[in-house]
Design a protein around this ligand. Sequence first.
Ligand code: 13P
Length: 255
Amino acid sequence: MTDPPRPLMAGNWKMNGLSGDGLALAAELVRRAASAKGEEAPACDLLVCPPASLLWRVAEALSQSPIAAGGQDCHADAEGAHTGDISAEMLKDAGASYAIVGHSERRAGHSETDALVRAKAEAALGAGLCAIICIGETEAQYGAGETLGVIEKQLAGSLPDGPGAAEVVVAYEPVWAIGTGLTPSLDEIAAVHAHIRGILGGASAEGGVMRILYGGSVNPANAAEILGLEEVNGALVGGASLNADDFWTIARSCP
Ligand code: 13P
């Protein structure tokens, strides 16, 4: 049996944070990382994904710490006439080592298809970033019992061919659990993650050790039991990542 991958605790700040509060939050996380020794240190890799406006400065603030910086989206092209967009190269240049792609808020709010998400993931890999590829069913799909089928289709359509385990992270985020305070039951999370692992592991040996994060209303109270599930290799945290106490508590809940 292979060892489970080291978990990743990723904070997605979404469209939150100005220079005052955003940089203060980054500085507080750096302070905690520097003072956490031995048992006190979270048993996971740490990542924050600030809005693009703060990426450079947050990445700089984190540069002497073990905490990585990431972007929340990227364009599929490396450069060109795409007003308002940001390329994976630009994220990398600003200090990112990860890029989230295919978040449900982009799939829904910007009509992103699986094919586009795959192209963005390929762009991220091409720029030397690790792509965090988000998948997850809507409330209606959940209600109709379609979760596993939706996941299969999104994985088949959004994942680049043959990426290494260090290059891609899959984040399972049920749309109905995002920002709602609702979460699937532990059995449901475990079943979806096992299904994702089966698909990834069936596709390649690398897929057997690729990290699979859970996201959707993770908070300090529910983190330990979710992170303790088999095949849950960390979390993608939204709202709770905007509070240093909460994010740190969640990170420290990694087994
Ligand atoms: P919440 O943690 O606020 O539910 O958001 C989850 C999410 O969308 C992270 O990408």
